[in-house]
Design a protein around this ligand. Sequence first.
Ligand code: UD1
Length: 338
Amino acid sequence: MQKNILVTGGTGFIGSHTCVELLNNGYNVVIIDNLINSKKIVVDKIKQITNKNIIFYEIDLFDKYELLQVFNKYKFDYVIHFAGLKAVAESVNKPLLYYKNNIMITLNLLELMETFKCYNLIFSSSATVYGDQKPPFKEDMNIGQGITNPYGQTKYMIEQILKDLCSCNKFNITCLRYFNPVGAHPSGLIGEDPNGIPNNLMPIILKVAIKNNLVSDLDNRYENINIFGNDYDTKDGTCLRDYIHVVDLAKGHVKALDNMKGYKIYNLGTGIGISVLEMINKFTEINKVDLPYKIIGRRDGDLAEVYCDPSLVKDELGWEAKLSLEDMCRDCWYFIIG
Ligand code: UD1
């Protein structure tokens, strides 16, 4: 029998790619999203890619009554919880907003899951919970020290709530700690499309590539990429990150669904550290675009190196990242140029 799955934040970057993989693997998918950082058209794009139907509700998880109506209507076997605010700098300026939103919506969801006896949850966590420890990050490391912003704290706090919930033996919960998701679906139909001014490296690379190669009258702030420091103790002085193709990441969720038992944590990354300069150079080479950059000062809170040890998820779930840096650069540019 087909399983019903509720996906919160399902029109967002990672959520939408995960919905595609879920539909392709025979799940019935219901999305709820408040569209604060995504667009409704994504629902049609998911249908177009998969040729399958998907149900969408524009609901804010704060609205428990609306959420209750959805739980009343479907019997969910699983929930994947992507919804949440995630802009690091904004979280520093508006900590109450982040704590209230990310924690409250999760509690609302968990309470309804308990009421409706849906005990299987996958939670979108982040590499940020490892704080400022020395990589490679492993799932059994202590976490919670050296987290530099309220966004990261909410991920840490929610992990603690979920762990406590599992200890009463009803829930099966898997926290997936994402490293740096980039790329787009190879169809070019869905990709990262944040509302407002981006802060993360790849969305900025895309804006600068658009300004210098496609639409020259775009906002002047995208004339060049500002590299935040080249004096780190790394191979070329710029920071290293573990970039992972969003389609690989999405497939990791399907694998995790097949193997839920008690409380589990997995890193989803490649285990390879790529520098900011390597990323810019690879993007330029693969897409044959001009990508001017400038070195400026370090960004507060940045760590020199962030990458994981991906062996646990490979050993236990048989999942590993398959797509390359070339795929990541090519697919996200194809999403822009169509
Ligand atoms: C950041 C957050 C992390 C969050 C993730 C995804 C911090 C400390 N970490 O990760 O908690 O989960 O975003 O939202 O904020 N860079 C530039 N110029 C730019 C933008 C980025 O040089 O204009 C560099 C950064 O210094 C970093 C790398 O690119 O070395 C990646 O940055 P970013 O995409 O913002 O991700 P993280 O900092 O890894």
